[in-house]
Design a protein. Structure first.
Ligand SMILES: Nc1nc2c(ncn2[C@@H]2O[C@H](COP(=O)(O)OP(=O)(O)OP(=O)(O)O)[C@@H](O)[C@H]2O)c(=O)[nH]1
Ligand SMILES: [Mg+2]
Length: 452
């Protein structure tokens, strides 16, 4: 049987949207660096970020905007695709039928979970080039979590329930309130984002401390029961260091750990919260966001730096909401930008950074039928990447035909690989190939081989 290619045998897929967000400035194609806490992360392709913070800081408001944005992006692409092929459906009285939220259930998985399209101009470029029948961007999964209060680790508020929700995520968007509004009560009365950072960090560290203590007790019990076993020096030293950091309110991800220690933490303490990557989102008033000034920003920045560093993204629920409410009327949007010193939405940056912190990348498949982003963890080998499309592709993997997006863009003038092949940029890669971000790939596979 002759080998088949992934383009011939892709499973049936539905048309999904392309992000309509503005793109941040394009960076050069340097390899993705190994980011922060990624070393503690799970090696999985569907990872999620959870929105965490004190009550009333704007978590659900942010989540709702992200969800509405995603639905709007879906609508936009739907309309574009449909228009390209046949007239847009109209209602009995001749008005254009608007796709409704119910048509796009995949944006909101449940009331607390959204799939946010990852904005990427490379993907847009491929869609514009191929004009495929269906388009499928990469998505970042985001979960809204209820507010955490002081004492949550010992059961205050909904306490442990929140913390177990956080445990189930792979990365954290930590929302911090730096907007003042007498109408919106602060749990601790006064606005003080640095105190809030301390409160949340302390709760997360306390919860982790509980996890470590339990793990140590379990291990000691196992040794007691089985005299042939003994606590390894690595176990003891790692657990001691973990406890030492937590007792000082320091997140485990910010420590310097060697590979055996990382492995030990992953094996014995898989549910730690403070190993997860964290992005700090500072919710400002619209006024402060636009003028890029707020008295707390330098203090928050200093705190983050002292606590192991991390990405801090200022944003404003108020600004995002107003911008979103303008819809896709470009004249109104331009006027809004002009009125607000050219400030743009911070949501695209949140999504792309979230994706990056989770150590995820995507490769493309591109053809007339479909242009699609496929998410893999950074470091995935070609057969594993093939397996994301279909398990047969991984089982029967023969080779991957690969061109880097930048090479394709520089060479191809039409939706075909012919020019790229001629220029010698169409590579044949085998099982040991590590997939790179934005590779355009076609897999060759043969499934007649025995199941391994
Ligand atoms: N003025 C102002 N109000 C905001 C802003 N962000 C959120 N709010 C208001 O703050 C209140 C609480 O916002 P939510 O988004 O529900 O807060 P939350 O963090 O999800 O709160 P919990 O779910 O209780 O933990 C709402 O009345 C929002 O309208 C903002 O940027 N400026
Ligand atoms: Mg909420």
């Amino acid at each position: 049987m002759s080998p088949r290619s992934s383009a011939e045998k892709a499973p049936p897929l539905r048309a999904v949207p392309r992000a309509t967000f503005a793109m941040p400035p394009k960076k050069d194609q340097t390899p993705v660096e190994d980011v922060g806490a990624a070393k503690f992360g799970r090696v999985k392709n569907n990872l999620r970020m959870g929105i965490v913070g004190l009550p009333n800081v704007g978590k659900s408001s942010l989540f709702n905007i992200l969800t509405k944005q995603s639905i709007a992006a879906v609508r936009g692409i739907h309309r574009r695709l449909v228009r390209a092929r046949w007239d847009f459906e109209t209602t009995d009285d001749g008005r254009e039928k608007r796709p409704t939220q119910e048509n796009y259930p995949f944006c909101t998985i449940d009331p607390n979970e959204a799939r946010c399209p990852v904005p990427d101009e490379r993907y847009d470029y491929l869609c514009d080039m191929w004009k495929p029948a269906s388009e499928y961007p990469a998505f970042l999964m985001v979960t809204d979590i209820a507010g955490l209060v002081r004492g949550a680790s010992s059961g205050a508020g909904l306490g442990n329930a929140f913390l177990s929700n956080i445990m189930a995520t792979d990365g954290i968007f930590h929302v911090i309130r730096a907007f003042d509004d007498p109408e919106v009560v602060h749990v601790d009365d006064e606005i003080d984002p640095v105190r809030d950072l301390e409160t949340i960090t302390a709760e997360l560290c306390l919860k982790d401390m509980e996890t470590v203590k339990r793990a140590v007790a379990d291990e000691e019990l196992a040794v007691k029961k089985n005299p042939t076993m003994k606590l390894s020096a690595l176990f003891k030293s790692t657990m001691e260091r973990v406890q030492e950091m937590l007792s000082k309110n320091l997140a485990i991800r910010t420590g310097e750990w060697n590979t055996p220690e990382v492995e030990m933490i992953k094996e014995k303490l898989p549910t730690l919260i403070t190993t997860k990557p964290m992005i700090y989102l500072v919710n400002l008033s619209k006024k402060d966001y636009v003028r890029k000034k707020n008295k707390w920003l330098p203090k928050i920045h200093a705190w983050v730096k002292e606590h192991g560093g991390g990405i801090m993204i200022p944003f404003s629920v108020e600004f995002e909401q107003e911008l979103f409410d303008l819809g896709d009327d470009s004249a109104l949007v331009e006027a809004f930008y002009a009125d607000n010193e050219g400030s743009k939405s911070a949501l695209p940056k949140m999504i792309t950074q979230g994706y990056k912190e989770l150590n995820l990348i995507y490769f493309f498949t591109a053809g007339e039928k479909e242009v699609r982003c496929w998410t893999v963890y950074n470091g995935a080998l070609a057969p594993q990447a093939a397996g994301v499309i279909h398990s047969d592709f991984e089982r029967g993997f023969i080779k991957a035909e690969v061109v880097a997006f930048d090479d394709f863009k520089a060479i191809a003038t039409k939706p075909s690989m012919a020019e790229v092949k001629e220029a010698g940029k169409y590579r044949q890669e085998g099982k040991a190939y590590v997939v790179k971000d934005a590779d355009i790939i076609q897999f060759m596979f043969n499934v007649t081989g025995k199941k391994k």
